[in-house]
Design a protein around this ligand. Structure first.
Ligand code: ATP
Ligand code: MG
Ligand code: MG
Length: 350
């Protein structure tokens, strides 16, 4: 087929559509957002809620294959699409990744370690979980959290009932705090034929719970890098993934890898690959979803750095354009709210 349907209208969809265009594909976007970053670079967009029947029909009719730039799509809508078009990745992958209880259960069942965790559905559960895991601990909503929204630290001084109320949810998990030496992320691509390609694991540094900078490759000994790649590959195979999967990992001070979460789509930790890698993650996503051979992922240069540009940083864009070593990527968002991801910049060290 020659038209890719992308569910979601954000910057990940925009950059996927730009990569798809380079390979001769058109993209149709399905998003509730008017004038979205992805729609403005695509062949067309259907603006409607994800579960609108007329919109889903029009979307399915307009595309040859469906993928996602956003995993929080209602499962029935995805199942409906899957009866009409190949949907890559499939709805079970989305379902697993959009719920922290299913996600952590999957990871542990697949032999991938995580922080100790407990499901929490009310203040009594929370009290019991705190008694088992100790304090401080991190309470996270099972669904819809991102950039650290929907989570909070619970200390011994906190009242569990108040901590539960403040989260405003009916389902959460409590996690033990990992005293990590470093955070890393690794992206694996897998095609419909089961062939996988894994990117170099990268170091991720967060500021105020939002990804701030990425360093590729991660400064870790080769055996740990290999272990991180193997975990991502194992997860992709266990999910029977077609597309991309990003796995976020903690490296503990005693050199163990614990999974934090995963995302079945292009990921902010992979933006470095646009300038630092032979095949970037967005092109790789298109290749995987369209059943094309996957591309090589060798580094272009010795190392690469990526920094996110948030709404607060607009004043720095001109200086970045003047830096001959910097490559600026902007998402065309109309409103530069504080903390909102507006773009990113990469530096390739040759
Ligand atoms: P994202 O924007 O990556 O989707 P998110 O809102 O889903 O973020 P997490 O990835 O769960 O949230 O957590 C955000 C960050 O908070 C982590 O990258 C890490 O720095 C810190 N964090 C989360 N869980 C733990 C933990 N159990 N122990 C220590 N730090 C943690
Ligand atoms: Mg997340
Ligand atoms: Mg995360």
């Amino acid at each position: 087929g020659s038209t890719i349907g992308i569910v979601g209208g954000g910057q990940l969809g925009r950059m996927t559509a730009l990569a798809a265009a380079r390979l001769g594909y058109d993209c149709q976007i399905l998003t509730p957002e008017v004038d979205s970053p992805a729609a403005r670079v695509a062949a067309g967009a259907i603006v409607a809620p994800y579960d609108d029947p007329a919109a889903l029909t029009a979307f399915a009719d307009a595309v040859d294959v469906v993928t996602f730039e956003f995993e929080n799509v209602p499962a029935p809508a995805v199942a409906w699409l899957a009866e009409r078009r190949p949907v890559r990745p499939g709805w079970r992958v989305l379902e697993t990744a959009q719920d922290r209880i299913l996600e952590k259960t999957f990871l542990n069942d697949t032999g991938i370690g995580t922080a100790p965790w407990r499901p929490v559905h009310g203040p009594d559960d929370l009290r019991a979980a705190l008694a088992e895991l100790g304090t401080p601990a991190i309470l996270k909503t099972t669904r819809l959290g991102y950039d650290g929204k929907g989570q909070g630290r619970v200390t011994a001084a906190d009242d569990p009932a108040a901590a539960w109320e403040s989260l405003r949810t009916d389902a959460a998990i409590l996690e033990g705090v990992v005293d990590f030496a470093m955070e890393v992320a690794v992206i694996v691509a897998r095609g419909p034929d089961g062939v996988t390609v894994v990117y170099d694991p990268v170091r991720t540094v967060h500021a105020h719970h939002i990804l701030d900078t990425v360093e590729a490759p991660a400064p870790l000994p080769a055996p740990l890098l290999d272990q991180a790649r193997a975990l991502a590959r194992r997860a992709a195979e266990a999910l029977d993934l077609v597309g991309l999967l990003a796995l976020e990992l903690f490296v503990t001070r005693d050199g163990r890898l614990l999974a934090n979460e995963m995302a079945p789509r292009p990921h902010n930790s992979g933006h470095w690959s646009q300038d630092g890698c032979v095949t970037d993650q967005f092109e790789q996503h298109v290749r995987a979803v369209c059943g094309l051979p996957l591309g090589p992922v060798a580094l272009r240069g010795r190392s690469v750095r990526m920094k996110n540009l948030l709404g607060d940083d607009a004043a720095t864009w001109a200086a970045l354009l003047a830096d001959p070593a910097a490559k600026l990527h902007l998402y065309g968002k109309r409103e530069a709210r504080a903390g909102r991801k507006m773009g990113h910049v990469t530096w390739v060290e040759t």
